[in-house]
Design a protein around this ligand. Structure first.
Ligand code: C2E
Ligand code: MG
Ligand code: MG
Ligand code: MG
Length: 286
């Protein structure tokens, strides 16, 4: 019996693996067509001042709304695109769209600093991303104030000399470069003195657990301390409630981002938000 059961399990897992691979393959095909058919779009999530609640910047987050079927999360399709190589075309589309939107909002006179875009590792190596970024910026007449970059620690650590050089140049020209999901990668703090960064984004898992766990609070405090001592801006991501916000403000984080203030939203909603009277965000108004 045990043997039979054991065999059954082997078959079961084989089937699961097979199904999973098939699923990924199909999704990959669909994603390529989605890119061609204009099913991708950018949503924007405000980053607000921890002190005033004023919207300072936006983070561009990729969304896929298939013509048929449910939306697919970037947490699912970005890793897939990285494996298939489609990430280069997707990344170019994101760059183009963020630049176009930033330029359009400048024309419209919207009160807004930057749009930050996420870059993944496989996207940076190989073909010359920096030249294409420059090309995109100059076509829309944009400069270092208008577009920023978010990279994870692992991207920085795995970056080759060419990529680091490209980042150095951007940094030197005044571009903002944030380390995303800070505290979750295989980092040693010493890289902070070498890498061309301007901001740390404390990963949302620390923020999530901070009210209950002193360890998470300690790590956040240490991050704010070291960030500020190094002249970096510190952002807390994934802020969902008042308790977390209180802690974050006590710690003197500079910016906050999370559902407690605003979820990622479509460009038209951003326009409504920023064009309206300078009202405090819902969570600070009471
Ligand atoms: P990320 O850059 O760390 O983005 C933050 C994620 O947290 C986003 O998920 C955002 O919607 C979500 N989030 C924001 N506020 C809250 C909150 O209060 N609570 C919780 N639980 N979550 C919150 P999303 O949009 O699903 O994106 C997931 C990841 O996909 C991003 O993580 C980023 O690594 C990647 N990604 C998204 N857009 C792009 C893109 O254009 N290019 C690349 N290369 N990666 C992207
Ligand atoms: Mg990000
Ligand atoms: Mg993040
Ligand atoms: Mg993340």
């Amino acid at each position: 019996r045990a043997k039979l059961k054991g065999r059954g399990q082997v078959i079961y897992f084989d089937q699961r693996l097979h199904d999973e691979l098939l699923h990924q393959h199909r999704l990959s095909d669909r994603l390529e067509r989605a890119l061609e058919n204009g099913e991708l779009m950018l949503h924007y999530q405000p980053q607000v001042s921890a002190v005033s609640g004023r919207v300072e910047n936006l983070e561009a987050l990729l969304r896929w709304f298939p013509a048929e079927g449910a939306p697919v999360s970037p947490a699912e399709f970005i890793p897939l695109a990285e494996r298939s190589g489609l990430i280069h075309r997707i990344g170019d589309w994101v760059m183009e769209e963020a630049c176009r939107q930033r330029a359009a909002w400048r024309e419209a006179g919207l009160a807004l600093e930057r749009i930050d875009i996420n870059f993944s590792g496989s996207q940076m190596n190989g073909a010359d991303l920096f030249a294409r970024l420059d090309d995109c910026l100059s076509r829309f007449g944009l400069g270092p104030r208008h577009i920023g970059l978010e990279l994870t620690e692992n991207v920085l650590i795995e970056a080759d000399a060419h990529v680091l050089e490209g980042l150095e140049r951007l940094h030197h020209r005044g571009f903002r470069i944030a380390i995303d999901d800070f505290g979750t990668g295989y980092s040693s703090l010493s890289y902070l003195k070498h890498f061309p960064v301007t901001a740390l984004k404390i990963d949302r898992t620390f923020v999530r657990d901070a009210p209950e766990r002193p360890e998470d609070r300690a790590i956040m405090e240490a991050t704010v301390f070291i960030g500020h001592r190094l002249g970096l801006e510190v952002v807390a991501e994934g802020v969902e409630n008042a308790e977390q916000l209180t802690l974050i403000r006590e710690m003197r984080c500079d910016l906050v981002q999370g559902y407690y203030f605003y979820a990622p939203m479509a460009a038209t909603e951003i326009e409504r938000l920023l064009a309206g009277p300078a009202a405090p965000p819902p969570s600070l108004s009471s």
